[in-house]
Design a protein around this ligand. Structure first.
Ligand code: PGA
Length: 257
């Protein structure tokens, strides 16, 4: 990682969080950032549930940290507006204070049957709204056991990443489905192999492939972050469970900073 793009440490809170305790965690993160003043060598992102985006934006602004803690949505609709009850459009995320939107998380792909084509459309919608799309890909256990990992990644990259993607508007998150929330992680060698493959596939399509951030996600925690983040082509982490508490999240950030 050392020579690559500026790392991104992203927390995906999923369907967790109420305003008061959430703000307490952000305030705790702010204290860590204060101590590390001026030395933040990574981008820090929180993707809270949609209900918390506006209050967290206000709280982060009050702490004077708008540039140091970014906010992102966990999903967006492919359309900019319309009759889609319960969905959130990318311009709404932008309007509420987001800089990023996760698209194609495996929980969305599974729970809501999102195809690569749907994820592709969502990534385009995020780009059109001026958001950075974090496009998630990753194989299931069965696909890994069948030796299909790299083939699946190739297919998902081809199907989910729009032609207009650039290193500035797109981040790729490699998240093996079987590693999410399970405490299991691939070996360092397997992560390095997957990330090298992703970089190679990006290079076949995009001139600025070297600048894309490729995050690893799936059971990242303080105890394994340093090893994972030191790998070639690993430019940060997408963190679920361990992003909910500042005491768990900050050591992960320190693994790159
Ligand atoms: P986890 O989730 O860190 O809890 O495994 C990662 C994710 O789903 O982004």
């Amino acid at each position: 990682m050392p020579k690559g793009p500026r790392p991104l440490i992203a927390g995906n809170w999923k369907m967790n969080g109420l305003a008061k305790p959430a703000m307490r965690e952000v305030t705790a993160l702010a204290k860590h950032l204060d101590k590390a003043a001026g030395k933040q060598a990574f981008d820090l992102l929180i993707c809270p549930p949609a209900t918390l985006i506006a209050p967290l934006r206000a709280g982060i602004a009050k702490l004077g940290l708008t540039r140091r803690i970014r906010l992102g949505g966990q999903d967006c609709h492919a359309s900019a507006s319309g009759a889609h009850t319960g969905d959130i459009a990318a311009p709404m995320l932008k309007d509420a204070g987001c800089a990023y939107a996760i698209v194609g998380h495996s929980e969305r792909r599974t729970d809501h049957g999102e195809s690569d084509a749907a994820v592709h459309a969502k990534a385009e919608a995020a780009h059109a709204a001026g958001l950075i799309a974090i496009i998630c890909i990753g194989e299931t256990r069965a696909e890994r056991d069948a030796g299909q990992t790299l083939r699946i990644l190739t297919r998902q990259l081809k199907g989910s990443v729009p032609a207009a993607a650039t290193a500035r508007n797109t981040v790729i998150a490699y998240e093996p489905v079987w590693a999410i929330g399970t405490g299991l992680t691939p070996t360092a060698a397997d992560v390095a192999k997957a990330h090298a493959h992703i970089r190679k596939r990006l290079a076949a399509r995009f001139k600025d492939a070297a600048g894309f951030r490729i995050l690893y996600g799936g059971s990242v925690k303080g105890s394994n972050a340093a090893e994972l983040m030191a790998l070639a082509n690993v430019d940060g982490a997408l963190v679920g469970g361990a992003s909910l508490k500042a005491t768990d999240f900050w050591p992960i950030a320190l693994a790159v900073g």
